[in-house]
Design a protein around this ligand. Structure first.
Ligand SMILES: N[C@@H](CCC[C@H](N)C(=O)O)C(=O)O
Length: 276
């Protein structure tokens, strides 16, 4: 079967986006891994599949797969690219789009400047929601990583994140500690690992080692998780500019009972077709 796709990115976190509204398409794990291979396929961090909604109150449903073939609940940068894709392809003319995901319902608002603001839903700090194995509730949780102790904040923003505050960001930290935390036994479903350097109460640097991918140039849910963790710990204000290797995101959270708002760009790179 010849598959038509669009290559997109949000701050360098790259996607292959497929229209499964106009024509049904299903992928198995081996196909996703092959398409995601940067040498033998197209290459992407995540595959996004745009489908009709199952709930008539929603505009679309979208499925998200990491390049290792695993299906995930949520993707912040993907949500913004999704909004640009359905407008560019004229699958909708709405600029406020309600979408079903594995995580639940999210709302995308396309601004006049082309940036997309995503209502990412409410975060949870309850360990069982990630899941994260813990004896009880704490502010910061110490975790033994190959003999070194790190303190982290576990956060679910629909998908699981571990946020570690560091004084300085380093390649060694992300490349060595990232994978060890990602599949640590205390995270039975694995976890996305964010390393956050606080610059001031409204500005941070962040690098994210993503579950099922490795380090990406940006992670939208990772930026949300880092900011809400920082607000919970009393380090950050309700609106924060997050500097990621691929560019900046604005994250706002007014506290418990409120959704996280994420604003940033979405870019189309090219369209193509490939045999599945
Ligand atoms: N890049 C994404 C997150 C994608 C999913 C993640 N790797 C997971 O396994 O949960 C984002 O922008 O949020």
């Amino acid at each position: 079967m010849l598959l038509k796709f669009t290559k997109m990115h949000g701050l360098g976190n790259d996607f292959v986006v497929v229209d499964a509204v106009s024509r049904k398409v299903y992928f198995n794990k081996a196909q996703i891994e092959r398409l995601g291979d940067r040498n033998r396929g197209i290459g992407f961090d995540q595959l996004l599949v745009v489908e009709p909604p199952s709930n008539p109150d929603m505009d679309f449903r979208y499925r998200i797969y990491n390049c290792d073939g695993s299906e995930v609940e949520h993707c912040g940068n993907g949500a913004r690219c999704f909004a640009k894709f359905v407008l560019d392809r004229e699958l909708t003319h709405k600029r406020v789009i309600d979408v079903e995901t594995k995580r639940g319902q999210i709302q995308l608002r396309v601004q006049d400047d082309g940036q997309v603001c995503v209502d990412m839903g409410e975060p949870s700090f309850v360990p069982a929601d990630l899941p994260f194995v813990a004896d009880g509730l704490a502010d910061l949780y110490p975790i033994d990583v190959a003999g070194d102790i790190f303190e982290l904040t576990p956060v679910s923003v629909g998908n699981p994140h571990a946020v570690i505050r560091v004084e300085e960001l380093s390649d060694a930290m992300v490349e060595h500690v990232g994978p060890l935390v990602e599949d640590h036994e205390r995270f039975p479903n694995n976890v996305n690992v964010g390393f956050m350097q606080v610059l001031s109460s409204d500005e941070v640097n962040l690098r994210v080692y993503e579950r099922g991918v490795g380090e990406t140039q940006a992670c939208g849910t990772g930026a949300c998780a880092a900011v809400v963790a920082g607000i919970k710990q009393g380090w950050l204000a309700p609106e924060v500019l997050v500097h990621l290797p691929g560019g900046d995101l604005r994250i706002a959270w007014q506290g418990p009972g409120h959704s996280i708002q994420m604003t940033g760009p979405a870019e189309k790179v090219f369209e193509g077709q490939i045999y599945l």
